[in-house]
Design a protein around this ligand. Structure first.
Ligand SMILES: NC(=O)c1ccc[n+]([C@@H]2O[C@H](COP(=O)([O-])OP(=O)(O)OC[C@H]3O[C@@H](n4cnc5c(N)ncnc54)[C@H](O)[C@@H]3O)[C@@H](O)[C@H]2O)c1
Length: 327
């Protein structure tokens, strides 16, 4: 297939780009490079631009005769969105709207969208299913939910078919250690712990040790970035086969607590890490675990790298590689 990958120079986008190219798809990455790296995509064609520039998007899709869009480009820091909501609505909503409009005008009517478990807010029951209540608790989650809703209307009105993937916590790095998450902007626990393991930050702050979970710390569903990336290939195959617009959780269906992740990193890195226990952070649900049956049924996707120590090992290998030769 011929695919536009927005945000393709970022963490999940670059892993997806590598898998698409490995199976012979033609990819053009469209990225502002504000938070992404040219080095992450090798010799993949790259257009440096902003998704809010609809004219440029339309031209790129037309020039390269692209049939589908995978849309990763967005800001993703939930905490920052509470202090800068306009920044999130502008980039995530406005950027998606201009992109969707341009894609329809240029005739690329197959669309895969990076949504998030943050659309659920604090779920009442676990695992959380796609049909459960949507109550985002920050502008980041709200911005993604708005785009989900716009996509459904673009389907009805313009025939744009989409797969909306609600990611849980993407984690880990390429198996060859040559690509991974930018450690400077990480929010998720595994790369944050990794920064402590590699000495970039002195200690791990554990927020909340009195949650109603077995060890009192928060539980999240961590999915290896390569498994997550592969779900996008399956989503494209589904759309190419005529699949209708659908929404799917992307997670393993079970979670690990902060303490379990910490134990894993200490085991893999072979050292004890300093931690400081702090009160809960507002807006952090005690546990977030995906109901993960639907994606298996609809896309035929199956996890291959569901192993916490394995995820941590890839992340550590990437950190060590970055320390040897930074990007
Ligand atoms: N990492 C996670 O655990 C996670 C979880 C849920 C959802 N998501 C979503 O997945 C997507 C990718 O996340 P990531 O972790 O790879 O993030 P990332 O920050 O590594 O990548 C995002 C990329 O998009 C680019 N970008 C941002 N706004 C742009 C714009 N307007 N125009 C062009 N390029 C732009 C950045 O330069 C960057 O390369 C995001 O939409 C994020 O909200 C991520």
């Amino acid at each position: 297939m011929r695919i536009l990958v927005t945000g393709g120079a970022g963490y999940i986008g670059s892993h997806t780009t590598a898998l698409l190219r490995a199976r012979g798809d033609f990819v053009v990455v469209f990225d502002s490079l504000e938070l992404g790296y040219r080095q992450a995509i090798g010799d993949t064609p790259l257009v440096v631009g902003n998704t809010r520039d609809g004219a440029l998007v339309k031209q790129v899709i037309g020039d390269h005769k692209l049939e589908a869009v995978i849309h990763f480009a967005a800001y993703k820091a939930a905490g920052e969105s509470m202090t800068s909501p306009a920044k999130y609505f502008d980039n995530n909503v406005q950027g998606s709207l201009r992109l969707m409009e341009a894609a329809c005008q240029a005739g690329a009517r197959q669309f895969v969208f990076s949504s998030t478990a943050a659309v659920y807010g604090a779920p009442k029951t676990l695992p959380v299913r796609e049909s459960d209540d949507l109550r985002p608790e920050n502008p980041y989650g709200e911005s993604k939910l708005i785009v989900e809703r716009m996509l459904k209307w673009f389907g009805t009105c313009y025939g744009l078919r989409s797969v909306i993937l609600r990611y849980f916590n993407a984690a880990g790095a390429a198996l060859d250690g040559e690509n991974g998450e930018d450690p400077r902007y990480v929010q998720n626990l595994i790369p944050v712990v990794m920064n402590v393991a590699t000495g970039r930050t002195p200690m791990l702050r554990v927020f909340g040790t009195d949650y109603p979970t077995p060890d009192g710390t928060g539980i999240r569903d961590y999915i290896h970035v390569d498994d997550l990336a592969r779900a996008h290939l399956n989503a494209l195959d589904y759309l190419r086969a005529g699949g209708v617009t659908t929404t799917l959780n992307c997670g393993y269906g079970h979670g690990y607590s902060v303490r379990e992740v910490l134990e894993s990193v200490q085991r893999v890195a072979g050292k004890r890490l300093e931690i400081r226990e702090e009160p809960r952070r507002e807006g952090d649900p005690p546990a977030l675990v995906a109901g993960a049956e639907r994606i298996r049924k609809v896309l035929g996707w199956e996890p291959r790298l569901d192993d916490l120590d394995g995820i941590v090992r890839t992340a550590l290998r990437w950190e060590e590689r970055l320390q040897r030769s930074p990007w």
